[in-house]
Design a binder for this molecule. Sequence first.
Ligand code: HEC
Length: 153
Amino acid sequence: MMAINIPVHRGRIKSARIAPILFCLATLGTLAAANAASLSDGLYRAEQAARGAETYRAVCSSCHALDLRGNSNSPGLRGIGFLFIWEGRGLGELYTKMRSTMPTDNPGSLTEREYLDLLAFLLERNGYPAGNTELANVSGELETVVISAAGGN
Ligand code: HEC
């Protein structure tokens, strides 16, 4: 019996020692991610937003309006009302929402690149700066970006 109990006991002590270390690493990882990607750093390219504008005009503007202010049936996609809903949430969540539900009459009908272009366009119209790299969805990168109110209207 002792021969069985001792290894189990050791195992418990070991994990109790490791747990705080893992917790610290996880915390550091979160901080690093928060530092790594911020909307104010310019996470999309202006050309990308311009492509998104074309797609938006063709596929989305009938409901959300050319100026993104929406209409009585569809919510606006820029400004305070939009940020009120999305501030503090992940860019990945917004991307997934668009990709899986928009356009409402044909969800998921565009390519991944077109949805990313549309997201870049929405960021531009919400006052977030453009940068040197295209917005991409590499290894869940979008999930680490938190939508902040740093943009303008
Ligand atoms: C046929 C009308 C229609 C079309 C076309 C359409 N939408 Fe929507 N959209 C809606 C409605 C209605 C809602 C609100 C219901 C919901 O959130 O699912 C919405 C919600 C959204 C939201 C969430 C807004 C929020 O405040 O939570 C986003 C983002 C969005 N649409 C983007 C797009 C994009 C990008 C396109 C083009 C690919 C598009 N929509 C095309 C009707 C439409």
